[in-house]
Design a protein around this ligand. Structure first.
Ligand SMILES: [Zn+2]
Length: 164
C-alpha cells in the first residue's frame, strides 16, 4: 500500500510558465526570510520502490528532455517521498545556481523554506543538490550571473572550476 501525503494550500505561491524551464512556482505575495513556503508532498514509498521508480523516471525523461527530472526525496532510512504526483505543486519549483529557497527536513516532512526575502512575482528556486556523477547530463539554464552551467550541488562547484 502506498501512502499519500498531501499539503495544506500555500498562501504564498502560484504555478505559471517559467523563464527557466517549463512551469515554475512564483511568489503570490512577499515572502519573509525563513518562511515555510510549501511542503514537498507525494507518495510515501520504501527505498526499494524508490530505486525502481527513479530508474523509470530517468528513462522516461531522457527520451523527452535532456534534463532528467527526478522527483524522489529521501525522508529517512525506511522511506522516500515521490513527488511526481498531480497534487504536489512543489514539483514545479526550478533549480537555480542563485536560489532564494532551500529544502529542509522538519520531523520527516520536507519543506521549501525562504533563505532570503522573496518579492511578490519572483520565481521561487532552490538548488537541487545533484551529485557529481553524471553532472554533464544536467545542463542548467537558470540565467543567474553566477550560473555554473550545470545542475549541481554547490559543494561540487570548486571541482568544476578546477576541471576547466
Ligand atoms: Zn544555473
Amino acid at each position: 500500500m502506498v501512502k499519500k501525503r498531501k499539503a495544506e494550500k500555500s498562501p504564498y505561491i502560484k504555478v505559471k510558465k517559467s523563464n527557466i524551464h517549463n512551469k515554475g512556482v512564483y511568489a503570490r505575495k512577499d515572502i519573509p526570510k525563513g518562511a515555510k513556503i510549501i511542503e514537498y508532498v507525494g507518495e510515501l514509498i520504501t527505498k526499494k520502490e524508490a530505486d525502481e521508480r527513479a530508474d523509470k523516471q530517468i528513462d522516461k525523461s531522457n527520451k523527452k528532455i535532456k534534463n532528467g527530472a527526478v522527483y524522489i526525496f529521501e525522508l529517512n532510512k525506511r522511506y522516500d517521498i515521490d513527488g511526481n504526483v498531480s497534487w504536489n505543486k512543489a514539483r514545479f519549483i526550478n533549480h537555480s545556481c542563485n536560489p532564494n529557497a532551500e529544502t529542509e527536513d522538519e520531523d520527516g516532512h520536507i519543506w521549501i523554506k525562504a533563505i532570503k526575502p522573496i518579492k511578490k512575482g519572483d520565481e521561487i528556486t532552490y538548488n537541487y543538490g545533484y551529485g557529481w556523477e553524471d553532472y554533464k547530463d544536467h545542463l542548467c539554464k537558470c540565467g543567474s550571473k553566477n550560473c555554473v552551467g550545470y545542475i549541481l550541488d554547490q559543494k561540487h562547484w570548486k571541482k568544476l572550476k578546477k576541471g576547466k
